[in-house]
Write a protein that binds this ligand. Structure first.
Ligand SMILES: C[S@@+](CC[C@H](N)C(=O)[O-])C[C@H]1O[C@@H](n2cnc3c(N)ncnc32)[C@H](O)[C@@H]1O
Length: 174
């Protein structure tokens, strides 16, 4: 067993975002046009105008508008979703995005997103995700919320309730 510990986070992709994070994201962006990795149950809370499920395969779909993303955590899916987010932002198809991920800052996926994000929130404690059939649970590590959009003040004002927020000064290109 030589895989790093982050890959042992349950491996179950069906843990969903708690409502307070979604409500904050909606206040920052004014709405959620797309959740590219979701399902009908999770979208009852996310409330995205459009979502892609595993059956649609969000990776093979066009992404547009204001995006909320809490990607699947399994190793084969996490990086492709984060890479696609970076590409869609760079191409201007995604106008704004807020992304909730584990704080595995050393990974290529996280590094690439942090490079083009405008702000970050580092929540105190770990996010308590919900599951349709299990008690709410916290993953084995902490999380980070990355903002891709110009409403940096709004992001800080809304997300400071969850933890420290900072503007990323030195933004690069995807
Ligand atoms: C961590 S959950 C987050 C759900 C929701 N976005 C939220 O924030 O509550 C990731 C979701 O992505 C879905 N998923 C897995 N592979 C996918 C794919 N190829 N395309 C779209 N969704 C996928 C999973 O079924 C799961 O519902």
């Amino acid at each position: 067993m030589s895989a790093p510990h982050v890959t042992y986070n349950s491996g179950n992709n069906e843990w969903f975002t708690p409502a307070p994070y979604i409500e904050a994201a909606v206040r920052v962006m004014g709405g959620i046009d797309l959740d590219p990795a979701s399902n009908a149950v999770a979208n009852e809370i996310v409330g995205a105008a459009q979502f892609f499920s595993i059956e649609d395969d969000g990776l093979s779909q066009p992404w547009n508008g204001r995006v909320w993303m809490n990607p699947p955590y399994s190793r084969s899916l996490f990086r492709p979703f984060c890479d696609k987010l970076c590409e869609e932002v760079a191409h201007g198809n995604v106008s704004e995005a807020i992304v909730l991920v584990n704080n595995n800052t050393e990974t290529k996926a996280f590094q690439r997103m942090a490079k083009i994000a405008s702000a970050i929130c580092i929540p105190r404690g770990r996010v308590k995700f919900w599951h349709p059939e299990k008690k709410p649970a916290t993953p084995l590590q902490g999380q980070a919320v990355l903002n891709f959009g110009e409403n940096i003040r709004g992001f800080a004002a809304e997300f400071k309730a969850f933890g420290w927020c900072g503007k990323i000064q030195d933004r690069g290109t995807a």
